[in-house]
Unconditional design. Structure first.
Length: 94
C-alpha cells in the first residue's frame, strides 16, 4: 500500500465514521416542516458535557466505542506498515 492509498483508505474510513455519527444524531432528532432538525435537549447537554471530558473521564461504553474506531484506523496503519519498504513513506503521527 502506498502513502496515497493509505490516505485514501483513511479518508474512506473517516467518512464511514461520520456516516455512523450522522445516523446516530438523526436517531435523536425530529425533522420539522421547514426541514430543520430538532435535537433532544437532553442529548445536546450530554454530548456537550462529553465534548469537554478527557478520554479517561468517559464512560466504559464511550471508551469502548472510541477504541473500536481507533482499531479500525490501526488496522489500516498496520497494513501500511507491513507493506514492503519500497511502497511506503514515513508516516508521522501527531
Amino acid at each position: 500500500m502506498t502513502k496515497e492509498e493509505l490516505r485514501q483508505e483513511l479518508a474512506i474510513l473517516s467518512h464511514h465514521v461520520w456516516i455512523e455519527w450522522w445516523k446516530h444524531q438523526r436517531a435523536f432528532s425530529q425533522k420539522t416542516i421547514n426541514k430543520y432538525l430538532l435535537i433532544d435537549g437532553k442529548k445536546v447537554e450530554e454530548w456537550t458535557k462529553r465534548s469537554y471530558a478527557s478520554f479517561d473521564k468517559l464512560s466504559e461504553r464511550e471508551r469502548k466505542i472510541n477504541n473500536e474506531i481507533a482499531g479500525r484506523y490501526m488496522a489500516l496503519l498496520e497494513e501500511y506498515l507491513g507493506a514492503p519498504d519500497e511502497s511506503k513513506e514515513e508516516v508521522r503521527v501527531l
